[in-house]
Design a protein around this ligand. Sequence first.
Ligand SMILES: NC(=O)c1ccc[n+]([C@@H]2O[C@H](COP(=O)([O-])OP(=O)(O)OC[C@H]3O[C@@H](n4cnc5c(N)ncnc54)[C@H](OP(=O)(O)O)[C@@H]3O)[C@@H](O)[C@H]2O)c1
Length: 284
Amino acid sequence: MTQTYVRLNDGHRMPQLGLGVYQINGDTATEQAVSAALALGYRHIDTAHAYQNERGVGAAIKKSGLAREDVWITSKLWPSDYGLTVTPGAIDKMLARLDTDYIDLLLLHQQFGDYVGAWQAMEQAVKAGKVRSIGLSNFDGERLDEILAMATIQPAVMQVELHPYYQQQALKAKLAPIGTRMESWYPLGHGDSALLNEPIFKTLGQKYDKTNVQVILRWHLQHQHIVFPKTTNPIHLRDNFEVLDFELSTDEMAKIDALDKQERYYHVSLAEAEQRFGSWVPAD
Ligand SMILES: NC(=O)c1ccc[n+]([C@@H]2O[C@H](COP(=O)([O-])OP(=O)(O)OC[C@H]3O[C@@H](n4cnc5c(N)ncnc54)[C@H](OP(=O)(O)O)[C@@H]3O)[C@@H](O)[C@H]2O)c1
């Protein structure tokens, strides 16, 4: 199966479909999952300092024998690494963990801490060639506006919870004028069976000889979402990549759009998130 790409607002060409490695525990399991994905043709891995498995990602890419420029690496800075004077060192440590000279896409993971200083440091890292594209995760409201107002490089992506039950129409509309691409986390509702078993997915799966999950992933791709479902199951890994050979009609897309409940799975207010995560420092 060949890849499909999206063009970011900074000109870089990004594989639209990848593997997310959140909750793949440890570098060994991560290296195994990423190696299996690369062997199937995946060329995009989404990790984060907070996932504590960047070394496993880097090792799998090195051992794959693929040219570095043929694999897209996204990682994310945790708030403990935010700040104009703190973030540059954190980026260098991230490069060392990933065993690479540059990161394709670097995101601010959460909207608290010195995110303004961190954004400025990421812009400097782009100029220094250590990072190619920069973006945000989990930003909204005033803190998003603050970044948009001060940024000299506008965010290339926004990574947020996004799936058929929670379609993020307002955020999408807000970011469309600056060309920021939407990235879907929890693209499968974190595996929620109510979402995966919606009758429309079964109907369309039967029509196209695809699984329910493949129909959901196809819906994301046709909406131009960048998507990286997590799995360590070899059958799921293969199935999740075999979504490039069929196309949902406009009417079928609309039927899935109609599932929007504007309701997320991950209910944590900004204050709660700040309290829960604010003092956590991931190991180097
Ligand atoms: N920026 C953020 O704050 C943030 C937050 C959450 C996630 N993310 C990113 O988004 C990625 C994806 O999110 P996620 O892992 O939480 O949720 P997800 O991809 O929506 O769902 C993962 C669940 O779906 C199951 N699954 C995967 N493929 C399947 C298939 N073909 N058939 C049936 N079940 C399948 C997996 O189980 P098996 O392993 O058994 O297949 C797992 O339980 C993460 O890995 C991470 O990279 C980012």
